[in-house]
Design a protein. Sequence first.
Length: 281
Amino acid sequence: MQYIDLHVHSNCSDGTCTPEELVDLALEAQLVAFALTDHDTVDGVARAVAAAQGKKIRVIPGVELSCEYQISPGRKKEIHILGYNIDYTQPELLDTLAEAAAERDERNRKMCKNLRDAGYPIDYESLAARFPHTILTRAHFARFLMEKGAIPSIDSAFKKILAQDGPYFVMRKYLSPENGIRLIKKAGGIPVLAHPLLYKMSVSELHNLIIELKSYGLKGIEAMYSRNRGNDEAFARKLAKDFDLIITGGTDFHGANKPDLEIGRGEGSLRVPVMLLENLR
């Protein structure tokens, strides 16, 4: 059996491996393909594709777009839309991602100030110097503070000081799901809802989400995922079947930022079979 990984991050977003290192790791893991799906950026795709030239590994150009979904009049949720086989040079996609990066940068400056005012050893200039040439995310905040000895672990940072309902968090503007899916389709890609069970929605809320996203052109659901538990995968597969959607799968590999995951191997026995590539045609 041959295996793939359709959800991988590099240090161009919140992973710790370069795009080139990901190619080497995928080869060591004996994968035949992986998708580079960095958060809100395609900066690493060309590098990964170039590094894979002449090697027995295929790099699928991808992206993971952060979108804001309105569950009810007073309740919103950040959701992620994966885009596969995208044209990573498409002008509107690049312009939109550049705007999102600028807006995220302003948010990060405000969060740094909030944390520094509360006594944490962090400032934007030092954070940016520690992680240059990347899209800064909360994972970078957490790693920076851990390295400074201010927190015991990345996980504790997300639970105690970087949580969305915490006192230091600053909301940023997000794409709407409609615009996110439209961008992926305009770039020739296949839009897929990432890790649907992480959103902690009720069954009816998930159904409503999928119905709305499908009206915009959603094509699939990430049914095989590292953080699935118990019957989660079976439930996600049933969602895909009920709504006539393809399934994909991936580890959500982030390198040292998620040290319990390996590229191509998630928690437990997760391995994504190569036949799922057929769904991305």
